[in-house]
Each structure stands twice: as C-alpha cells, then as structure tokens.
Design a protein around this ligand. Sequence first.
Ligand code: UT7
Length: 336
Amino acid sequence: MSKITAAITGVGAYVPDYILDNEELSKLVDTTDEWIMTRIGIKTRHILKGEGKGTSYMGIRAVNDLLEKTGVDPTEVGLVICATVTPDMFFPSTANLIAFQTGMTNAFCFDMSAACSGFLFALNTAAQYIMSGMQKKVVVIGADKMSAITDYTDRTTCPIFGDAAAAVLLEPSTDGYGILDASLHSDGRGAQHLYMLGGGSLHPSSEHTIREKMHYVHQEGQTVFKAAVSNMADVSVEVMQRNNLGSEDIRYLVPHQANMRIIDAVANRMGLPSERCMVNIQKYGNTTAATIPLCLWDYEQRLNKGDNLVLAAFGGGFTWGAIYVKWAYDGATMHK
Ligand code: UT7
C-alpha cells in the first residue's frame, strides 16, 4: 500500500473591508508612510470594525469560501483546528464556534496557540491525523483579530498588525503530494521579548491590568527581529537540505509576513529571487496566524500541481519552523 500524505486541496480566506492606511495611522501616532514602508514594508492593513465581531466572524467567512470553492460537504469534515492568539474568548474554542456556524457538525475542534507560527504548528498536527488514516478531511484555520490587542497609541507596534482569516482543507494523497516534512521549534526564553501579559490566570483582567496596558501586545522589536531572521533562515535551509532541495527546485518560499526586511533576508539565505517569494505584507500587514494561508490564497492561481513550497514562520514564544509542501493541484482551475 502506498504511503498516505496530507495534501492541501483548497484554500479560502476573508479580509475585512475597512482599510487602515499609513496616512490615517500617522494621524493616530507620530509616524510616517516613509518610515513604515522603509522599516517594515506595510502600506495598508484591514481592520475588523463593528460590535460583536470577533475572530470567529472572519474564520466563518474564510471556511465558507473554502467549502464553496472545494464543493466539500461540511458534515464530512472530521477535525477543525484554529490557530489563533485572539480567540473570541478563552472557551469554547474559536474552532468550535466556526465549525458550528459553517455546518461542520461532525468534527472535533480545538484551538492552537503558537502566535505567528500557529498555522504551521496546526498544519503539521492536522497532517498527522490524515497520515495515520484517522481522518479523511481536516480544516486548518489561521485567524487573528490583532486590532483587538493592538495599542493604537504605541507607534512601535500599531503599524505592524492587521486582521484576517484563511483556511485550508487537508485530504489524503497516495501520490506523494502535500506536507512532506516539518521542522518546528519552541524556546521559552523568548517569552520575555514578545507577549501579552493581561487577561490570563497570572494577571486576570482588572483595573490595574487595563491601566498598565497589559491587554496589548508588547515586543522588543530589535531582539525579535534578529531572532526571526536567524531562526527562520536556519530552519528553512535545514528543510531544504534534508529534502535535497536546491534553490532552483523551490517554486515559492511562503514566509510569515512580519517585516519585509525579514522576508528578504530569509529568501536571500535560501538563494531565492524575489519573484519566488510570496509577499502580501504591503496590503495586509502582519495578521499573525493568518499570514501564511493568506499568501497561499493570494497566490493560488499561480500555483501548479507538483510545485515545491517551503512555508516558514517565526513568532511569540518564541516559536518557529518550516514545512515542505508539494502542491497538489493547479490553482487556476480553482475559481475565487
Ligand atoms: O510576527 C511576530 C514576530 N515579530 C516580528 O518579527 C517583528 C520583528 N521586529 C521588527 O519588525 C522591527 O524591529 C520593528 C518594525 C518592530 C521596528 O523596526 P526597527 O528598525 O527595529 O526600529 P527600532 O525599534 O530600532 O527603532 C528605530 C527608531 C527609534 O527611534 P530612535 O530611538 O532611533 O530615535 C524608534 O523610536 O525608530 C523609531 N520608531 C518609529 N519612528 C517612526 C519606532 N516606531 C516608529 C514609527 N514611526 N512607527
């Protein structure tokens, strides 16, 4: 019997309508379009506005897009994993809320928290269920409403983040397509450099946590930047080498979209020209767990069956990793 691999067989996404551009941001904090474009590479980010709309609002729409495009009956999906650091609430899981609202009523569901590496951690977990034969259809969502935890008076963080959700369908392949290798890592020493302190069991919400701005994301930008460049590049090169992939064999690097300078550095280390690196940071900013599936969604039409992709991420925790994917279908045949 041929080996079962976990193939990505569809991609869906949702980005909110409201666009926060650098001009509007420069009215909120002391910044400029030039600084943001030079130091980060972001022009606009999409923000989910309106009362009563959390991360699941975007996840539901991303999954509906996925189900519509693939024509899959939602009741056939057996597992739903949502990677997020901005769940609607601590519990129930956001995956659970999304599954219920999209008709995936036979699935068991859970969230995964690995910040910007969340989608890769969730994708590799989901792949194990397919490879073992336990599941035939799994939906993996990366979704974050970063505007809910962004301090719009802090110029060092507010230009970076945006809101979005994207989702992929995983199904078994016996032809060698899909997730072929993964190298995932965590290092708790990074906890002090990128975090949100408030609202958990250590610092439950209180007047104090609000006054001290503990419900916002904090990061030491330069420390995170250096760790992101070296770890993302090292792990991507490791995955290339152990799968005998030269740079000419890789159709696309699919990097987490945190900073254009980090993306360029990783692509350089891998020997890839810019046209073989997926980039949409200028439109959406850093949407945390959503960046990688959102890139796949944006570039889907350009992807062909058999293309080799390296997905790479770095984020809070610290967490980082790279996944080697052999793409399973011609993207142009899947209408948006
Ligand atoms: O996705 C999860 C992982 N996160 C990341 O990978 C993010 C990694 N870090 C970064 O992308 C960058 O470090 C940042 C974009 C956060 C910051 O860029 P930087 O080039 O590291 O800037 P910096 O923190 O060294 O600040 C340089 C200067 C400072 O002024 P002084 O001290 O030199 O006078 C900042 O106060 O830029 C100033 N600055 C700004 N100026 C205009 C910081 N933010 C802004 C701003 N507009 N928005």
